[in-house]
Design a protein around this ligand. Structure first.
Ligand SMILES: [Zn+2]
Length: 257
């Protein structure tokens, strides 16, 4: 029962949990959606796994973990871009106010909706997997918005929707009793995750080769390991090797959490 509207029929996607506080109506390409924000939703904490993971959010793969697992980048938007462009053109070709224009606008909205849903679904699955397998997850403090301003990277970054993904990851972790930490992102792709030596490399160099300790590792996997290492150091996880010189430590930024 909604005030000023009256009774509405809904199709429930899943049962309500907790106490509903607010109701939001949203109009999408294929109809109206009702969402309930609920309080006192019971948390289901997952059993500890004893595992911690660092994730590198990249352009090559959407994610690479410190365990060397690549979660590939679904370029939904790139793939659908042609379709979007085509539908955009259709809209601009139609006479304003015409029936055919209305139809073209609706089709365009449907394409956008499909892409958004595919992306969301993909991100849910990736986040669930990380949370199921790990007690603690470390990621770079990306300041995604600043990076998006950099035009060259912008497309891939908005494709991957990292900001949306991280928000989701933090929420899911909180209700599953897992921990997620952001660590300073500077030089995570350059620094050796074993000995801490800075090994400068351009974006095209895909393998980390450390001249100091001899570590040879996939570039993104090394970043994942470095992110995990930084996170564990900042949290003061016992048994972390203090491989860095004190001078470099002073240059480190304060923890982002
Ligand atoms: Zn090294």
């Amino acid at each position: 029962m909604l005030s000023k509207i009256g009774r509405v029929k809904v199709i429930w996607s899943r049962p309500l949990a907790g106490t509903p506080k607010t109701v939001t109506l949203r109009h999408e390409a294929d109809g109206w959606y009702v969402s309930f924000a609920c309080a006192n939703v019971p948390c289901v904490h997952l059993a500890p796994t004893g595992q911690e993971v660092g994730i590198d959010m990249g352009l090559q793969s959407f994610l690479t973990t410190s365990e060397g697992e690549h979660i590939e980048n679904p370029r939904w938007f790139r793939a659908s871009e042609k379709r979007v462009r085509w539908h955009n053109k259709q809209v601009s070709r139609r006479k304003p106010g015409s029936k055919r224009r209305k139809k073209a606008v609706k089709d365009l909205a449907t394409v956008h909706q499909t892409v958004a849903r595919q992306r969301l679904d993909y991100q849910h699955k990736a986040a669930n997997k990380l949370i199921a397998n790990n007690d603690v997850i470390y990621h770079e403090d990306l300041q995604v918005r600043n990076m998006v301003k950099n035009h060259h990277l912008a497309k891939s970054i908005s494709d991957a929707g990292w900001g949306q993904f991280l928000t989701m990851l933090h929420h899911k972790a909180a209700s599953a009793g897992r921990e997620v930490y952001a660590v300073p992102a500077q030089y995570t792709s350059q620094d050796c995750s074993r000995c801490g030596t800075r090994v400068p490399k351009s974006l095209s160099v895909r393998t980390h080769v450390c001249p100091e300790c001899g570590l040879v590792m996939d570039r993104d996997e090394n970043s994942g390991c470095e992110i995990k290492r930084r996170g564990q150091r900042l949290r003061g996880v016992p048994g972390m090797p203090g491989a860095e010189s004190p001078a470099r430590e002073q240059n480190r930024e304060s923890p982002a959490f």
